[in-house]
Design a protein around this ligand. Structure first.
Ligand SMILES: O=C1O[C@H](COP(=O)(O)O)[C@@H](O)[C@H](O)[C@H]1O
Length: 234
């Protein structure tokens, strides 16, 4: 089994429990290597977790955060994952935020920008926090996009790629750049953070499906060489 389920009573307990785990991963990484590197999912669901983690005592100037994926919008746009993650970590004094896209969000240069940004950091990530959409996408690995097989290939040496979801998701209708499954799967610890009955139903379908092209989160749930910790609350 490549996944382990952790169920929590409510969203507060979920956020507190995962924040404590991530604090420990950061502390260990800083003690061993002098820095911690986390890739964090965007969207709304994980924001309470990030606000909670930001209040944990850590030497934040030794922590770097990157989004797992980005919408190609200017960095001051409310749809920008980096902007929302940065706001959630306002209490984490000195934390470094690394964007995947240029400040103007130009889609044409976003893939190159993301690869150059990632190349500055050692591998692997100390922790990755993934989210999941109602269509089974995770990061910006959307079902049905032509580049999905390449972006999901666990043996790929590509770290990031541009994705143009078709149709564009109504809640965030933008071209995207995403970290690839290969880069994310190499993380020292891998977490999927979910709440609500609707997302649980999608998760159950992805667990049964074994088709990551239909449910991209399946590439992580059923990965041969990685263990995904699934954290869920009603
Ligand atoms: O567009 C995105 O959606 C997913 C899920 O977001 P949520 O708002 O339903 O929690 C997210 O994991 C991904 O990083 C983001 O870009």
């Amino acid at each position: 089994m490549a996944w382990v389920m952790h169920e929590h009573a409510d969203v507060d307990t979920l956020a507190a429990s995962v924040a404590t785990e991530l604090q420990a991963f950061c502390g260990e990484a800083i003690a061993l290597r002098g820095q911690a590197l986390l890739a964090l999912g965007g969207g709304r669901t994980p924001l309470p977790l990030y606000r909670r983690l930001a209040r944990c005592p850590l030497p934040w100037s030794q922590v770097t955060l990157l989004p797992t994926d980005e919408r190609c919008v200017p960095h001051d746009d409310p749809a920008c994952n980096l902007r929302e993650i940065g706001a959630a970590f306002a209490a984490a004094d000195g934390v470094e935020l690394q964007g995947l896209t240029p400040p103007n969000g130009d889609p044409e240069t976003s893939e190159r920008h993301a690869r150059a940004a990632l190349a500055q950091y050692p591998q692997p990530f100390d922790a990755v926090v993934l989210g999941m959409g109602m269509d089974g996408h995770t990061a910006s690995l959307f079902p049905g996009v032509p580049r999905l097989p390449e972006a999901l290939d666990p043996a790929s040496d590509i770290d990031a790629c541009r994705i143009d979801p078709q149709p564009l998701p109504p809640e965030a209708p933008y071209p995207r750049v995403t970290l690839t499954a290969a880069r994310l799967l190499r993380a020292r610890s891998l977490h999927l953070y979910l709440s609500g009955a609707d997302k649980r139903a999608v998760l159950e379908r992805a667990l049964r499906s074994h088709d990551p092209l239909r449910y991209p989160i399946g590439a992580f749930l059923h990965a041969a060489d990685a263990r995904l910790h699934v954290h869920w609350s009603p």
